[in-house]
Ligand binder design. Structure first.
Ligand code: CA
Length: 330
């Protein structure tokens, strides 16, 4: 029996048309993104490393964001590795999945410590890979960026978000509304090296806008995103950070996207960025050699529709990886 139709299946019989229950349709000419993401075997990580940080107990509103790493991974099988726009196939990309960081059941601060400790250890041993962190809610950004800064030195952050996320910690402790305040106040990052893109009307307070401005944070509101090509915003952000930092980390809160295209965010709202704009931005960021890390946060699969938001996250990862792959071929 040739078994050609059984590509990707573990052969359990000699019957050509018998396949394991629940396994997807397979076309021998198609490689899916899920086919190239390999479970980490403990060896030196090169290329890209996916790490889940399933923390959502720190959310101000109800959130099932701890389920997002699994749903995003599941969405990898929805896409092929071939980019028709660039005639580029990602099938040879080295992408390892390190799994999820185990969260404490009740203690948010301990959860954040585990994220910091685990990422710091992984980055210390594996110095030449691009981490792709899957949240979790936005509170993971504080320990995640802190670990990245420990490994890379002086860093810049390009944040896509509807919100500044610089709430005070007195009213609610370290939540998904405070990560950038924590990063600024601990001097993990300098406000001059933080660029916020997609900040939205009627979603923030003036106090927090003033706080960000007083800390020299660069802000592109949704008005700026509507009025300027995303390429000029990304180029502006890179230009600002180039020469000042050793590496750039991209923090993507999916609620930057309009509620029509990302219904699975706890803080959905109108007037947000289009998915197409975000995808273009991610490709451009991936192309830049200084961009050395990406996180995606704030997807709650329990309120999503047909996993639309997780699928968009998977697509974003594909475009980011494509950008990196393209840059190596230039
Ligand atoms: Ca946020």
């Amino acid at each position: 029996m040739e078994g050609l139709l059984l590509k990707g299946w573990k052969s359990v019989s000699n019957y050509q048309y018998l396949k394991p229950a629940g396994s997807p349709f397979v076309d021998r000419n198609v490689t899916r993104f899920s086919d190239i993401v390999k479970a980490w075997d403990g060896s030196d990580i090169r290329g890209f490393g996916i790490i889940g940080a399933p923390l959502s107990k720190s959310s101000i509103s109800h959130s099932g964001a701890h389920l997002a790493p699994g749903t995003i991974r599941k969405s990898f099988s929805a896409f092929t590795t071939y980019s028709i726009e660039d005639d580029l196939d990602l099938h040879d990309c080295d992408i390892q999945d390190l799994g999820d960081i185990v969260m404490h059941v009740t203690d948010v601060v301990q959860c954040q410590d585990r994220i910091l400790k685990t990422l710091s250890e992984v980055y210390a041993i594996n110095r030449n890979f691009i981490p792709i962190i899957l949240g979790g809610d936005n509170s993971i950004t504080y320990p995640s960026v802190k670990a990245f800064a420990r490994a890379k030195g002086k860093i810049g952050v390009i944040q896509f978000d509807a919100h500044h996320d610089v709430r005070n910690l007195e009213d609610g402790g370290p939540t998904n509304g405070t990560p950038f305040r924590s990063l600024l106040e601990t001097k993990t990052i300098d406000g001059k090296n933080l660029v916020q893109i997609g900040i939205r009307d009627f979603s923030n307070s003036k106090v927090y806008r003033t706080y960000a401005e007083n800390n020299d944070v660069t802000i592109y509101t949704m008005k700026a995103v509507r009025e300027q090509p995303i390429e000029s915003i990304i180029n502006g952000a890179i230009e600002l950070l180039k020469g000042k930092v050793d590496a750039i980390y991209v923090s993507l809160d999916m609620d930057v996207i309009d509620q029509a295209e990302a219904p699975g965010c706890p803080a959905i709202g109108p007037g947000g960025m289009s998915a197409a704009t975000l995808i273009e931005a991610m490709k451009l960021l991936g192309e830049h050699p200084m961009v050395k890390g990406l996180e995606i946060v704030e997807i709650d699969p329990t309120v999503d529709f047909r996993d639309m938001t997780s699928r968009l996250a998977a697509h974003v990862i594909l475009h980011f990886v494509k950008g990196k792959q393209k840059a190596t071929q230039l």
